[in-house]
Design a protein around this ligand. Sequence first.
Ligand SMILES: Nc1ncnc2c1ncn2[C@@H]1O[C@H](COP(=O)(O)OP(=O)(O)OP(=O)(O)O)[C@@H](O)[C@H]1O
Length: 302
Amino acid sequence: MENLLTTHAVTKTYGKQEALHDVSIHVRPGEVYGLIGKNGAGKSTLFKVIMGLAGQDSGEISIYDQPSVENLVGRQKNVGFMFGSQFFPYLTARENLVYTCKLKGITDKTEVDRVLRLVELDKVKKKVKSFSMGMKQRLNIANALVGKPDLIIMDEPINGLDPQGIAHFRGLVQKLNREQEITFVLSSHILGELGLMASRFGFIHDGELLNEMDREVLLEKTEDQVILKVDNAEKAAYLLEEHLSSLDYIVNGDKEIILSDHIDETNKIAKILVDGGVELYKLTPHQQTLEEYYLSLIHQGG
Ligand SMILES: Nc1ncnc2c1ncn2[C@@H]1O[C@H](COP(=O)(O)OP(=O)(O)OP(=O)(O)O)[C@@H](O)[C@H]1O
């Protein structure tokens, strides 16, 4: 089986608003797939369509290489889904999970203990209302783990977590991925948050999938740059274009230029600018961040 989950050219409109346009994603078994897109990009809609909670206008969903149009119940059984927390605050984690088991028709009495142990909530007795955000998130994962799904989909799971909570969440996802062989699809509007966690990425923007790529490829794309602070960015750009070949740069405001090539020639660059009468305040080497790469991807439209 090459892909565990695929969407084939899925399109979905709400009235006149096209939330998804021809979206095809490919999630392979065993990977942690990060779906990245800013607010309103279509992430939640795609997950709802995958889970059968919203109908698509056209296109298909396949899970385990099976077109799942007819098999909605099977789809929901095989996939653990987290879409915001919907727990009873006055019940404990265990009591909430007993309820989930009932909803899913699971009669195995050991299932609640199994999932509580996996997320390290088995010793916690207090009610969910006094849980921290991090504990609620672990309960969310436990909830998705009920019934031993092979695939867990989580919409914006990192939203609201502090750095320690994010680190714990990351460790848990990686452990479940490795030891329980669970495939994850996680969405975020911040690439950096999933940068350390996901092995593959899909970038969605205005309802369209711009690109899918492995993490190694993504990391190669974050390139070395040089940032020039000058008194006149427009004039500096003109001078550099005149003296250097194949120049890749962005003028950022009136006083800044971000250069992506000729970065080993900083002496030459400084001389061109100074000789041309541009005042050079600062020249700083810079490693483009994942977030900056993502913004440039959106800017280019793919
Ligand atoms: N039930 C709905 N009725 C009408 N429009 C909707 C509905 N749900 C989503 N949309 C619209 O579809 C587009 C995609 O929304 P969606 O919620 O899927 O994006 P998202 O990437 O999950 O963003 P967010 O993180 O803000 O939820 C948006 O323009 C949104 O306004």
